[in-house]
Design a binder for this molecule. Structure first.
Ligand SMILES: *[C@@H]1O[C@H](CO)[C@@H](O)[C@H](O)[C@H]1NC(C)=O
Length: 294
């Protein structure tokens, strides 16, 4: 008993020292306002971002990260949210940046929000997918996560995978795995495109538009700005004794249950997939040819 408790403690201490995990739920330990501090309110566990005709608002992580899982719980703008976009994403910096995006496209009262996801690799995006949700995201908090390892990027809603971006470097397709990324969120006016193709404009008489957040979790490899990019890459890769949890073999592909969930989402909630937009991409993007969407 005592021995196993002691071993367990040793394991936990060793584990967290070894892999330098960050895992916390306090907004201001992990994040800071990045835009319009007066449109951002943090009370207790709850953060609110406000959009009105003067300004939107946003926040960003204090650190940059590689791999792991980032989660926030969001309750989207209630009632009329037409013209507004609330985004939650990870991004690196520079012209060849990588980016993993959730964009929540608002709608008129009673009409459904859409979730647009996108993946940028080496500065190039154009990989939009749009989904409806299987619940009303304005009524309750739901968790939205990005899981990232050397094998894939997975977008999850309440731990259900909604998108899989697989590493196909073996087919000559670049995969984002050597740039540290910050975690960001913001709300802004995008009524030129967001709602029903831009036909419905933001009705400012319904402002302020408020998105609420809680449950901030970053379980990833932290990359201090003071350390060179190559060294961060090395630091954040499993090797020898150093095994990061996201590099465990069971996480190198979706499990059977998750594969079924993803199929279900795609069959029942997919509204748009760049992979099947032949008008926009007469030549099917390479990664779509190889994708099995298992
Ligand atoms: C808004 O509602 C309309 C009508 O139900 C729907 O066609 C559209 O996909 C919804 N979402 C957005 C972002 O326009």
């Amino acid at each position: 008993m005592a021995v196993s408790a002691f071993k367990m403690l040793g394991f936990l201490v060793g584990f967290s020292l070894m892999v330098g995990l960050v895992n916390s739920a306090k907004f201001d330990e992990l994040f800071q306002p990045s835009w319009a501090q007066d449109h951002l309110a943090y009370e207790g566990e709850l953060l609110r971002l406000k959009l009105d005709s003067y300004s939107g608002a946003g926040f960003q992580s204090k650190s940059k990260y590689m791999f792991g899982k980032v989660t926030v719980q969001i309750k989207l703008v209630e009632g009329d949210s037409a013209g507004t976009v609330t985004a939650f994403y990870m991004s690196s910096e520079g012209t060849n940046h990588n980016e993993f995006d959730f964009e929540f496209l608002g709608n008129t009262t009673g009409e459904p929000y859409l979730v647009q996801t996108n993946v940028y690799v080496n500065g190039v995006g154009n990989r939009e997918q749009r989904l409806s949700l299987w619940f009303d995201p304005t009524k309750d908090f739901h968790s939205y996560s990005i899981f990232w390892n050397q094998r894939h990027v997975v977008f999850l809603v309440d731990d259900t995978p909604i998108r899989l971006h697989t590493n196909m470097e073996n087919k000559g397709i670049p995969f984002p795995r050597d740039q540290a990324m910050g975690v960001y969120s913001s709300i802004w006016n995008a009524d030129d495109w967001a709602t029903q193709g831009g036909r419905v404009k933001t009705d400012w008489s319904h402002a302020p538009f408020v998105a609420s957040y809680k449950g901030f979790e970053i379980n990833a490899c932290e990359c201090p700005a003071s350390i060179a990019a190559d060294d961060n890459s090395k630091k954040c890769s499993s090797s020898g004794e150093k095994r990061y949890w996201w590099d465990e073999p069971t996480l190198s592909a979706l499990n059977v249950h998750q594969s079924h969930q993803l199929l279900w989402v795609r069959a029942n909630h997919m509204i748009y997939d760049y992979c099947s937009d032949t008008a926009r991409f007469p030549a099917t993007p390479l990664e779509c040819l190889h994708h099995h969407h298992q």
